[in-house]
Write a protein that binds this ligand. Structure first.
Ligand code: PMT
Length: 403
């Protein structure tokens, strides 16, 4: 299922022309129109004749709330020229799906319908999401055309590999609507962390007792992944050290997995040189078994006694480096959030800590947090984790010492 809540309004006020050319992936363009609108965009669909034979303009009108266009000369358009009306104030054109035929026309500057005319007459960024059969994609003519578009400064999004409508498998599938939305969100996001390197931890750790058992916690990784995505959109180089979770990799993020606290510590210290910011979102197990049994512990009917030793505190160790990055901690508490969170911030000498109540933050899609820093406490309203993440990034960017 698509997660349209990943950013609430990242495209608010943006006028986006959604170009739809002919191809079976046109059905996904309807989902895309909806997703863009939910992100706040003012969506105007323009279909080629072939595109309109797959999905009707009416579908896009219903989803976007705007008239959908097909022909160069349309009734009701000013002077019969919709490209004049539509062309004004466009923030971006996204052609999805872009067929091999449409890409060829774009590469040669052939403007024989409304969409190609708009693309040729544009004064805004153009994004193209190819969708076609694997052999058409691999054909040298298509590859030449794609290289021409890239050289012309047009952003090529995808294609993805996988099963195709024709039954073949390979490169040529249109990127999913949420990946296309991500590309636009990243393009329009203020680059508050440009030139910065951010290292994050996310998710739970798993401390093995034997080959099949261990102790862990209920962290889903959603808060940490949302923050990693927000940092990447803000222009940072991002390394995400992730516990074992099954979340998709956010665009522009380099991910390394770490199962136990000791592995997480090792990966963090491998990534930390050159980092400007370290954000510890992971719910790290405070203890691990003294020993991990080599073989599965058999049931004997008798009580089992396990001995645990404390894990290293990764955040405290990073914050204690001679020249630490700007360190941001998290604290999930079941009560007395202010006292415990601020206590942890001071104990670990952190410039910033984000507190959340367990009932709110753990596992869900939304969170209610309070940011603690040297200027006091700053409560944020309950919101989807991506939205909370964006506000945390804004606060970090404000407090971060200049380069
Ligand atoms: O993953 P989700 O389901 O989205 O849930 C998100 C979350 C609730 C797990 C997250 O928002 C959160 O609050 N994470 C911190 C959990 C916590 O209470 O950590 P702590 O109090 O044990 O540790 C405080 C800080 O030190 C944290 O930044 C933690 O990452 C860090 N730490 C703790 C122990 C340790 N050995 N190493 C650490 O780096």
């Amino acid at each position: 299922m698509l997660d349209y809540t990943h950013v609430i309004d990242g495209l608010r006020g943006r006028k986006i022309v959604l170009g739809v050319s002919g191809g079976i992936a046109a059905y996904k363009a309807a989902e895309l129109a909806r997703a863009l609108k939910r992100l706040g965009a003012d969506v105007h669909a323009v279909l080629t004749e072939a595109g309109a034979s797959f999905v009707t303009p009416l579908t896009f009108e219903a989803l976007s709330g705007n008239r959908a266009w097909t022909a160069l000369q349309e009734e009701g358009a000013k002077g019969g020229m919709p490209h004049i009306i539509l062309g004004r104030g466009i923030d971006a054109i996204l052609v999805a799906p872009a067929s091999a035929n449409f890409i060829a026309r774009l590469a040669t500057g052939f403007a024989n319908d409304l969409l190609s005319t708009l693309c040729l007459a544009r004064e805004c960024p153009l994004f193209v999401a190819p969708a076609m059969n694997r052999q058409m994609w691999e054909n040298p003519a298509t590859q030449r055309n794609i290289a021409t578009l890239a050289a012309d400064g047009i952003a090529i999004l995808g294609p993805a590999a996988g099963e195709q409508a024709c039954g073949e498998t390979g490169l040529g599938r249109m990127l999913e609507p949420d990946a296309l939305c991500d590309a636009l969100l990243a393009f329009f996001a203020p680059k508050l962390l440009a030139g910065r390197k951010v290292v994050l931890t996310a998710g739970p750790t798993f401390e093995a007792i034997d080959p099949v058992r261990g102790i862990t916690n209920a962290s889903s990784g959603k808060m940490g992944y949302a923050l990693a995505a927000a940092c990447a959109r803000a222009g940072a180089e991002v390394v995400l050290v992730s516990g074992s979770v099954a979340l998709p990799l956010p665009a522009g993020v380099q991910r390394v997995f770490a199962t136990s606290a000791l592995q997480m510590r090792e990966e963090v210290f491998a990534a930390i040189p050159g980092a400007d910011v370290f954000i510890a979102v992971a719910a790290v197990a405070d203890y691990r078994p003294v020993e991990t049994a080599l073989h599965k512990i058999k049931k004997s009917g008798e009580p089992v006694h396990l001995e645990f030793v404390p894990n290293p505190d990764i955040l405290a160790e990073v914050a204690a480096l001679p020249q630490p990055p700007f360190c941001v901690g998290f604290a999930a508490e079941s009560r007395d959030l202010d006292a415990y969170a601020e206590g942890k911030r001071r104990a670990k000498r952190l410039p910033m800590l984000v507190g959340n109540l367990l009932a709110d933050g753990l596992g869900g899609d939304e969170n209610t947090v309070v940011i603690y820093d040297d200027e006091g406490r700053h409560p944020l309203p309950r919101a989807p984790k991506a939205f909370v993440a964006r506000q945390i990034v804004e606060r970090i960017a404000n407090l971060l010492p200049a380069n």
